[in-house]
Each structure stands twice: as C-alpha cells, then as structure tokens.
Design a protein around this ligand. Structure first.
Ligand code: FAD
Ligand code: NA7
Length: 554
C-alpha cells in the first residue's frame, strides 16, 4: 500500500442544502481547501429543492431564515414577505451558490452510498451511486435532518390508479386544479398544504391521525422601514440573534405563565396569536410553555378555544382539537382551521376511523366509506436526523459501521463528531441544537471549519472525539429533554414518528446561545473532548491563519 499517497481532494461535502452550500464555501473559499460536493438531486437547495408542494414556505421568518455570512446576496435581494416561499428560498440559495462560485464544485444526480475510513492513511474513501470512489481527508455530511421521506405502508397502495405523491418529492407537472385530492398528515407540511390545496382542488379529504395545535403564521409584507433598518444593522442583528435560545428573531419570554392572572395570560396569548408564528407562540408568550404542565395546558386551552370559535361545525371542531400536551415542534399556518369551513373540505379522523385499504379508486376507511380520489398526497414527514445516514454505509476505525455504533440510540459529540469516525463531521447530526436551523447550521459549519483549520495548522491531520465526551453530551441532551414536555408526545423530534421506533433524544434543548457557549468553552479548555493526531502523511500549513478561521465562535 502506498501509505504516502495523498488524495487529490481535501474535503468532500455530501448534500447541498443550506448546510452543504455553506460548508463548500467555508472550506473551499475561506480555508482554500480543494473541495468536492455530491448531491443526489439535480440542483442545490436541499429541503427547498425537494419540497415544492402548494403552500410550501419557511415558517421561521425570512429575515432570520437565511445566511448571515453573506450580506451582499441579501442586500441585492428583493425580500418582500415575512416568510419566504419555497421558490424564493430556492432562488436565494442558487444565487448564493453562484455568487461564491460553488456550482462547478458539485456533482449533481450523484448519491453517496458508502464512506470508508482508511485508518493507515487517515483518508475517507467515498463511493457514489455510479461506482466512483473519491478520496479526501475530511468528510462533511450535510445530508439533512428532514431529507429521507417517511411513507406509510398502507395495504393496497400499489393498486391506486390515481397519482400518489409525497410532499417532500413534489413533481413539477402535478396540478390539483379541480381534482379530488386526499392528504394524509397534518404536521407542519400538512397545515401549509391543506389551505393551499383546498383553494384549488375540487374536493379535499384530510386524513388526520393526530390533531394539531396550529397558530396563525401571520404572513404579511415586510415594511420598507424594517428592511432598511435590518440591512443597516445586519451584523449587529445577527450577533444579537446568536445570543438567544431559539434564534427566531423575537423576544423570548422571561415570565412564567402561572405567575400572572388568567386575564393577563389570555391577553398575552391573544397578542402572540395576532402576531403569528408557532415558535413565537410557544417561546415568546411565556418562558415555561414547553416545561410546566399547567402553563402548557393554559396554551392548549387557548388554542382549543380558538378552534371552537373558528370552525363552524362542532363535530369537526372536536376532531380538530388535540388533547395531548402542546409539545411537538410548534407549527403555524394562516387559515388552517378556517379551511375546514369550506364546503369542498372533509376531515376524516383516523384514530376513530382508520384507513382499511387503498384501492384503485382511492381510500376505504374502516367504517366502509369509499373516498374516491384523483391524487393521494403523503404529508407524512420524514425519517428525521438519522434517516439519511441509515441509507449510507459509513465505516470508521476498525471497519465499525456508524449504524452499529448508534444502534437505536444515535449519538454524537455536539451533533457533529462521532467517536471512532475521525475527520467525519456531521451538520445537524443527532443532538444538534433545537432552534431556527439556519443559524444553527452556520454555527456548526463554522466549528467544523475551525477544527479543520486547526488540524491543518498543527499538521495533526486526524480529529477524533473521545467516547466519554460523546457519552456525556448524549446524557446532557437526555437530561435537558427530560426537563421539557417534548418527550411526552410522539413526534419526529424524538424519532418516534417512525413505526416501531421509541422516543430517543435527537436534539440539544439548551438553545443556540448555550450551544455556542459550549463551543467557546471547548476552545478555551484546550479542545476538551477532541484529540488531534498525525496522519500518515503530513501536509504543510496551507490554511489562512486569520482570527476568523482560528476563533469563529466568540
Ligand atoms: P437539507 O436541506 O435537507 O439538504 C440535504 C441534502 O442532502 C439534500 O439536497 C439531499 O438530496 C442530499 N443528500 C442526502 N443524502 C445524500 C446522499 N447519500 N448523497 C448525496 N446527497 C444526499 N427549518 C427551520 O429552521 N425553519 C423553517 O422554516 C423550516 N421549514 C421547513 C419546511 C419544510 C417543508 C421542511 C421539510 C423543512 C423545514 N425546515 C425548517 C428544516 C430544514 O430542513 C432546515 O432548515 C434546512 O433546510 C436543512 O438544511 P440542510 O442543508 O441541513 O439539509
Ligand atoms: P411531521 O411533522 O412528522 O407530520 C407528519 C404527519 O403525518 C403527522 O400528522 C402524522 O401523524 C402523519 N402521519 C405519519 N405517518 C402516518 C400514517 N402512517 N398514517 C396517518 N398519518 C400519518 O412531518 P411534516 O412534514 O409535517 O413536518 C416535518 C418538519 O418539516 C417540520 O417540523 C418542519 O421543520 C418542516 P402523527 O402526528 O404522527 O399522528
């Protein structure tokens, strides 16, 4: 074996959503490494490339759901609305890619199927769907938390003669105009899709398994004054945002719900209902909605009351009213409950009346009713966080597979590094921070670039994490999650939306500011939890040694 053979590429980046694009820029343009991206889709954008369903848009506000590293693209952009639509997000991400010259670095329509660490040489060998093997010293997996589709396994699916589509793989040639449409799922996606589809479909049947606490999004035009002020104070604005928990751009509450009178609680809930946004309603009203059962129940009561007021048919309102705690990722959409007042919309409660079969004409429910459909839409979510990893064969030291290391409890240090998988860096891996994901991604990519920059500067070309650090981080995430009400409900944020999977912790619930503090502590403690070691070959210093590379997390 030629142990000194150096790979032609320094870093491989898998996936080109918000994370992969930034990773290519950071490692390629700033660290001046030779980088290559692989993307299974035909274009960049990730979530915003795939999710083209009617009504698709971000539900964190557009001025915080974008990059902070690139003010130029922002300034040249005509942002008009509070929430960016899928098309606007996709166009924006494409513009960033082109501004920074990243497109030629990406191989599209190319799925990575395996990655194997060659311990003797300290190199990752990455195998693609077309059989090519490309080597690099660093491997960044930015494969998305919500990227692997979850499709229900219903009896008779293959007999349906209409069109079946998942919202996360929406085709460009499908019109719902005047059609009989059925949709399964009422999560974040479903609540956006349902009002948009109802407006054009001939008939819409909503198959609801769990009722949803949905608050208005409050979408509106951004005022020119706001845009001017935000542009003028861009850097300061983002610095402030990174010091918050959820990083959604609103003031996070410091007052406990039960410490104020019932009248005051209602006033605060109403104010936030009027302003719109799910995260704002959960974290901007009171500080303990996601923690204290009584506070949570007060929020539930308020939303249930709204449902009863908005939905004219009491039986439909009752089906739409959740009874479990308000403890899924908060969702929002304008006109969601109002949609059920339309004459062309029907609600089927799958808990009371499950789907018996899909047949050639549509869906038959357990009560014997046939629901004829032209299109059946799965808004059934994703095998989140770990799903895209389970589709690849990733082998670290001693040939150990990542899926075996994880078992049914995916773990990591900081959501980024895995013990025994040196120089593998995940963006939004298990136990990354639960927040608005754009600044979380930037934080993680900055950290990865920081570690790589340090390794290159030291000439210590393998970066691994200790087993203890990984265990301690996992336990800390478990403790934090247990302090909240989130684990009490089955949802994707604990991976329990997948049939047969138990609730497991998959996020760090301490917030972005605390997460960044932890990164800063790691630097000041001499990289606790990390070890840097020489690889078989030594590459002289090549990366810029500027402060921005050396200390990006301050
Ligand atoms: P992704 O955008 O998922 O990109 C991953 C990429 O990796 C994809 O392009 C995929 O094709 C590629 N890939 C995966 N596996 C392979 C492989 N083996 N080989 C090659 N390529 C591969 N978050 C928020 O914070 N706010 C929001 O408002 C918000 N709205 C959302 C709305 C929808 C409909 C969805 C589905 C998600 C939303 N999210 C939101 C979460 C969103 O996924 C993240 O905010 C962010 O876009 C993730 O970016 P990413 O680059 O990490 O992953
Ligand atoms: P979610 O939030 O996981 O929602 C999926 C929905 O689909 C939810 O209502 C599920 O009901 C329902 N579902 C899933 N499987 C089935 C089956 N087999 N039968 C009936 N109903 C089913 O995914 P989304 O795409 O809406 O949102 C994911 C994230 O994307 C979101 O948080 C944003 O970040 C964007 P359940 O609640 O499990 O009973």
């Amino acid at each position: 074996m030629d142990i000194d053979r150096k790979p032609a590429i320094d870093a491989i980046v898998i996936g080109t959503g918000i994370a992969g694009i930034y990773a290519l820029h950071k490692l390629g343009n700033e660290l001046k490494l030779k980088v290559r991206g692989f993307e299974k889709g035909a274009g960049v954008g990730g979530t915003w490339f795939w999710n083209r369903y009617p009504g698709a848009r971000s539900d964190t506000e557009s001025f915080v759901y974008r990059y902070s590293f690139d003010q130029e693209t922002y300034d040249g952009w005509n942002w008009t609305q509070k929430y960016a639509s899928q098309g606007q997000m996709l166009a924006y991400l494409n513009a960033v890619v082109d501004r920074h010259g990243l497109r030629p670095l990406i191989r599209f329509n190319t799925r990575v199927v395996a990655a194997t660490f060659d311990e003797a040489r300290g190199v990752w060998a990455v195998e693609t769907s077309d059989g090519e093997v490309v080597e690099a010293r660093y491997l960044v997996t930015s494969v998305g938390v919500l990227s692997k589709l979850n499709k229900p396994d219903l009896p008779g699916l293959d007999r349906f003669e209409g069109r079946q589509v998942h919202t996360g793989a929406w085709p460009d040639d499908l019109s719902l105009e005047g059609r009989k449409v059925g949709v399964i799922g009422t999560g974040s996606t479903g609540v956006q899709f349902i009002p948009a589809a109802a407006a054009v479909a001939g008939h819409l049947t909503v198959f609801q398994r769990s009722a949803q606490y949905c608050v208005p999004a409050g979408n509106d035009q951004l005022s020119p004054d706001f845009i001017r002020e935000y542009r003028a104070n861009f850097g300061g604005y983002w610095d402030q945002l990174r010091q918050t928990r959820i990083a959604c751009g609103f003031a996070e509450a410091g007052v406990a719900a039960m410490s104020v009178s019932a009248e005051e609680r209602t006033r605060v809930f109403q104010e936030h209902w009027d302003a719109g946004n799910g995260f704002r309603f959960m974290f901007g009203t009171f500080c303990d909605i996601a923690i204290d059962p009584a506070a949570n129940e007060a929020a539930c009561d308020f939303i249930r009351e709204k449902i009863a007021t908005i939905v004219t048919d009491p039986a439909t309102a009752a089906k739409l009213s959740p009874r479990e705690p308000y403890a899924k990722r908060p969702v929002c959409a304008d006109g969601y409950y109002e949609t059920y007042n339309r004459p062309n919309v029907e609600l089927v409660d799958l808990k009371a009346n499950p789907i018996a079969e899909v047949n050639k004409r549509g869906v038959r429910t357990a009560d014997g009713k046939q629901h004829d459909l032209d299109v059946l839409v799965y808004a059934t979510g994703f095998e989140c966080v770990e799903g895209s990893y389970r589709e690849m064969r990733i082998a670290g030291r001693d040939g150990k597979l990542l899926v075996d290391h994880w078992g049914d409890r995916p773990c990591s240090y900081l959501g980024i590094s895995v013990h025994g998988f040196p120089n593998l860096f995940m963006v939004l891996g298990p136990n990354s921070v639960f927040s608005n994901l754009a600044p979380a991604i930037e934080t993680q990519v900055d950290w990865i670039a920081h570690l790589v920059g340090r390794a290159e500067q030291l000439g210590q070309l393998t970066v691994d994490t200790d087993a203890t650090a990984e265990d301690e981080w996992t336990v800390q995430c478990e403790h934090m999650a247990a302090y909240t009400l989130f684990p009490q409900v089955k949802s994707w944020i604990f991976g329990a939306n997948i049939e047969g999977r138990p609730n497991r912790v998959l996020f760090f619930f301490g917030g972005l500011a605390a997460y960044r503090e932890k990164l800063a502590e790691i630097v000041s403690s001499g990289y606790a939890g990390y070890s840097f070691a020489p690889a078989a070959f030594h590459t002289p210093l090549r990366v810029p040694s500027s402060d921005s590379v050396a200390t990006p997390i301050a």
